[in-house]
Write a protein that binds this ligand. Structure first.
Ligand code: GUN
Length: 282
């Protein structure tokens, strides 16, 4: 029988700890501040941002939304970001991805001061992660590592398969697992015989973005399955990458969608805002 990894519950507990920590900082006249840039009005991005605002408010982090129209020029966006690099009231800067086609994502990420990069997407922070000396860590993989820790899921010597090689989830996830001495395999759209490869894995992290992609044919009995997917089915219902009903009975631990990885991502963003604030203020 699988144990459900309750991301919502773990996130709530961590957020309560953070609330106390922020209350202590406020006694020293320090309030962590986070600015979020949203370009355009993509509905999925707006949902993420709304949830970020709710979490920030609960914890006592000052959060501000900078919403610009989709046709903002790249130069103007870069200049808006630079204002916050120099604003001591904001310790964290997040630019919601994806960006409109005409804006160069790497240029934007390079413009954020690495000290204020709460996503960990700046090349300097990515480089530090690769070297095993992380400072800011991408929030989704970081939240998944916290889940492994909270549920005492050992990683050393385990076969871990990461499906998906994005810069924001797959690649940093692989580095974090490697740092904990897992034997890491990365699968992607060119990978051959994926179900057979997956059946060798003790741990599967799926970040594919395709509903019901991971089926029972992927699962070795007793595997741990982490579902990063946030997909909509034909009725608009939120579903993960994993065909939960048939996969769950084969696993030892599994995350649900919703209330799994999602709340942890937002929680880690808050954590990193607090950490960035402490590095800048204390
Ligand atoms: N878009 C989807 N996930 C993320 C995230 O974690 N950070 C940012 N900045 N954009 C995203």
């Amino acid at each position: 029988m699988a144990e459900l990894i309750k991301g919502r519950e773990l996130a709530d507990n961590m957020q309560e700890q953070m609330r106390l920590e922020v209350a202590d900082l406020k006694k020293q006249n320090i309030t962590p501040g986070l600015v979020v840039f949203l370009i355009g009005d993509d509905p999925a991005s707006k949902t993420y941002i709304k949830n970020k605002e709710i979490a920030a408010q609960k914890i006592g982090i000052q959060s501000k939304l900078e919403n610009f129209p989709a046709d903002i020029s790249e130069a103007e966006l870069l200049s808006e970001i630079k204002k916050y690099n120099n604003d001591p009231n904001y310790h964290g800067i997040l630019v919601q991805l994806p960006l409109p086609e005409h804006i160069d994502e790497q240029k934007v990420l390079l413009t954020i001061d690495p000290k204020k990069d709460v996503d960990g997407f700046h090349p300097v922070n990515m480089g530090k992660l690769l070297l095993g000396q992380p400072e800011a860590i991408p929030c989704t993989p970081y939240g998944i590592m916290k889940m492994f820790e909270a549920y005492e899921i050992g990683l050393a010597g385990k076969n871990a398969l990461v499906i998906g090689r994005s810069n924001i989830v797959g690649k940093p996830m692989a580095q974090l697992l490697l740092a904990q001495n897992a034997t890491v395999t990365m699968a992607h759209s060119y990978t051959k015989k994926l179900p057979a490869l997956a059946r060798q894995a003790d741990i599967i992290v799926s970040a594919v973005g395709k509903g019901h992609f991971v089926t029972k044919e992927f699962i070795k009995k007793g595997a741990v399955v982490i579902d990063v997917g946030m997909n909509r089915d034909e009725n608009g219902k939120l579903i993960g990458d994993v065909k939960f009903d048939e996969v769950e009975p084969l696993t030892s631990f599994i995350t649900p969608v919703p209330k799994g990885v999602g709340p942890m991502t937002i929680t880690m963003l808050m954590q990193q805002t607090i950490e960035a604030c402490k590095r800048q203020e204390l």
